[in-house]
Design a binder for this molecule. Structure first.
Ligand code: SD4
Length: 291
């Protein structure tokens, strides 16, 4: 029996995001609308320092955002290196629906967003500015696992009709080089959905996730018969086996299949995700991990 609807999303901020997504899903809303509405919550929240408004800036002090969205028909849209827009996920959806393209970046993405009526906003809050000024004293790019700001929100939903969609959005690795793009806006890396099989999304060091086409691989392994949990584990182990310096490397995946089964797995402990369904009333789960 298929357990639907269901929504899962990464990290603590997944709780508030799931609650927004569930409002739509519980009344028969589409997975696509649900994931967009869901991830807009942490994007708009200045207290969430790793997504959207209030996100940590790059080493030049600029907040640059990456996001993508994918639906049950394999339609997808993405923006990367986008500045001054609070809800990049909604721009990504417009790219998907209103253009012949999949991905817009930088100035062009901003120009498109403004044409579509999105407002330009300074995303660097006082708190992020202060942290940046402190960081400037040493100016070291040194991600610390889990707390460093690898806190993308990835969300996957299965709706009443049995369709899956996903969304992924982030301010990326803090103090990254200006122009750096991570896995989060890359279809197949930070997010992938195949409505015949399921969906997957990623969090952690984007450079490591891109190398193995992480989320697409998780879905492909599920297609071969693995459960969502097993599939996440297999691809996390693949990354671990390729990259020897693992001390500072955190990568986590979440996956959801067509039957409403879900799972998550990471290299290091500390990765958690939120799940909301008829059976589970929005709960945080600590993902299992290699270490
Ligand atoms: C990135 N994967 O830009 C993103 C960051 C992240 O949880 O996931 N944080 O590399």
């Amino acid at each position: 029996q298929v357990k639907k609807p269901v929504v899962i999303s990464t990290w603590n901020h997944g709780m508030a995001a799931n609650a927004a997504a569930w409002k739509l899903l519980k009344d028969g809303g589409s997975a696509l609308d649900a994931v967009e509405a869901g991830v807009r919550v942490p994007e708009s929240d200045p207290e969430v320092r790793t997504v959207g408004l209030g996100g940590y800036p790059d080493r030049e002090g600029k907040v640059t955002l990456d996001a993508c969205i994918m639906d049950q028909n394999s339609n997808c849209g993405s923006v990367a290196f986008l500045e001054e827009i609070v809800n990049p996920i909604s721009v990504a959806r417009k790219v998907m629906e209103d253009t012949p393209h999949v991905m817009l970046v930088g100035e062009g993405a901003l120009q498109f967003a403004v044409e579509k009526g999105f407002e330009r906003t300074n995303l660097l809050t006082e708190a992020s500015k202060k942290d940046y000024e402190n960081w400037l004293k040493e100016s070291k790019y040194q991600p610390v696992i889990n707390i460093e700001n690898h806190d993308t929100i990835g969300m996957l939903a299965l709706d009443e009709k049995g369709d899956i969609s996903g969304a992924c959005t982030t301010s990326g690795a803090s103090y990254k080089m200006h122009g750096r793009v991570g896995d989060s806006p890359i279809i197949g890396a930070g997010l992938f959905v195949d409505n015949e099989v399921g969906g997957a999304c990623a969090t952690g060091l984007g450079e490591a996730i891109i190398r193995v086409s992480g989320s697409a691989m998780v879905v492909e392994v599920m297609r071969q018969g693995a459960t969502p949990q097993e599939a996440c584990k297999i691809i996390v182990e693949r990354i671990y086996n390729k990259l020897k310096d693992v001390e500072n490397l955190q990568v986590g995946f979440l996956a959801l299949d067509k039957k409403g089964n879900y799972g998550g797995y990471a290299i290091h402990k500390g990765f958690n995700y939120a799940i909301y369904s008829n059976a589970v009333n929005n709960e945080l789960i600590d993902a299992t991990s290699m270490f």
